[in-house]
Ligand binder design. Structure first.
Ligand code: HEC
Length: 349
């Protein structure tokens, strides 16, 4: 990936950290902007500087409607808080930040709260002792990020784009550019001066975030884990799968809901032909030009090895008998060599 065109910056761009939050901009369903409150308070000047309440831009009509801004915080599945935008703003200081946006592939400015500050305020400092953060997104995307990553790098809970009316991005998907809603919240990372985060592309950048849970991975995803006696390669593949794949795909019913179940016939030992799977992971569009699945991060160090490990993990999982009897249904198991069976497909757009 090329360096960001703006050149060096001293920090993540918290230059406007003393900006006062403005009252939420109300947008009627017809797209008419009503902000009498703002004007009355004389805060109109602050609006372009700060951005506004998360809104949803409907790609079809171009109209904006107000978003449900609630964000649920859980700890091991138990509800700790349910905040709307105003409540979140009371927990942490709103800031304008600049990051290299991995979907638009350019530097973008967001209005955001420091995620660590929000977590401090919601959970107390004890969140730092937890293992992972699980994000729940409106569209079924369900990524996890190790807590350690948050302690070493700076993550933000973005809620607006100061420069634009709507909180959305232009994303390359299925060979075309689509407008994608980001609201109510988008987790972004300071990466203009952080080569590690920059190299990891969109890992840990969930949008449409509606929930955050502090989890223990073994307790939360018991059926996704390989058996204890699996090889080191399989375990490495499991780690890689959790970073790159489980946010979209379930294995044995556990994981994201954007792509299909990847262990459709547990215990059968039947699975995707490894050679086909390797090519699919590296370049899905080669097999299906209109696919919504992105290729594995092209900038990943040791990419070929990571692909092999993921293939080893999925192959191993297909041999494991279903645990508890309620694993994913076993229809449409693809035979070796012929590529995947026709499983569930997400609709186009
Ligand atoms: C951003 C979401 C997303 C990510 C990340 C993702 N996939 Fe997918 N994947 C999809 C979608 C959507 C489909 C269905 C694609 C289609 O029908 O064209 C799919 C399809 C597949 C299929 C074919 C399933 C079938 O039976 O048709 C396999 C195998 C697969 N993905 C494996 C992986 C692996 C392994 C990874 C991690 C390296 C991964 N995917 C990462 C969204 C994703």
């Amino acid at each position: 990936m090329s360096r960001h065109p703006e050149g060096h910056r001293d920090g993540p761009g918290e230059t406007a950290s003393d900006v006062k939050p403005v009252a939420p901009r109300r947008i009627a369903p017809v797209g008419r902007i009503v902000r009498p409150l703002l004007v009355a308070l004389g805060l109109a000047l602050a609006l372009p500087l700060f951005g506004a309440r998360p809104t949803v831009a409907h790609a079809a009509s171009g109209e904006s409607v107000e978003t449900d801004t609630r964000l649920e915080f859980e700890r091991h599945g138990r509800l700790v808080a349910r905040d709307d935008w105003e409540q979140l703003l009371a927990r942490a200081k709103a800031t304008r930040i600049r990051v290299y946006e991995p979907y638009e592939e350019r530097t973008v400015e967001f209005s955001a709260l420091a995620l660590a500050d929000v977590l401090d305020a919601v959970y107390g400092p004890g969140w730092k002792e937890e293992q992972e953060l699980l994000f729940t997104c409106r569209d079924g995307y369900q990524p996890t990020v190790p807590v350690a990553r948050l302690l070493e790098h700076r993550a933000w809970l973005a809620f607006g784009r100061p420069a634009t009316e709507t909180f959305s991005i232009r994303k390359h998907e299925s060979g075309e550019v689509r407008t994608v809603d980001l609201g109510p919240y988008y987790v972004v990372w300071s990466n203009l001066d952080d080569a590690t985060i920059r190299q990891e592309g969109d890992y840990g950048w969930p949008y449409q975030v509606v929930g955050i849970d502090l989890i223990d991975r073994r307790a939360r995803f018991p059926k996704m884990a390989p058996p204890a006696d699996a090889s080191a390669e399989v375990f490495a593949g499991f780690e890689a799968f959790r970073i790159h794949c489980s946010k979209c795909h379930p294995v044995n019913g556990e994981g994201g809901a954007i792509g299909p179940e990847l262990n459709p016939a547990p215990g059968s030992g039947e699975y995707y032909d490894p050679a086909w799977l390797r090519t699919w992971i590296e370049e899905p569009a080669k097999a299906r030009p209109k696919t919504r699945m992105p290729p594995l991060n092209p900038n990943l160090p040791d990419r070929a090895r990571v692909v092999d490990e993921i293939v080893a993990y999925l192959t191993a999982m297909s041999a494991v008998p279903p645990a508890g009897g309620d694993a994913a249904p076993g229809n449409d198991a693809p035979g070796g060599g012929a590529g995947p069976a026709t499983g569930a497909r997400p609709g186009e757009g």
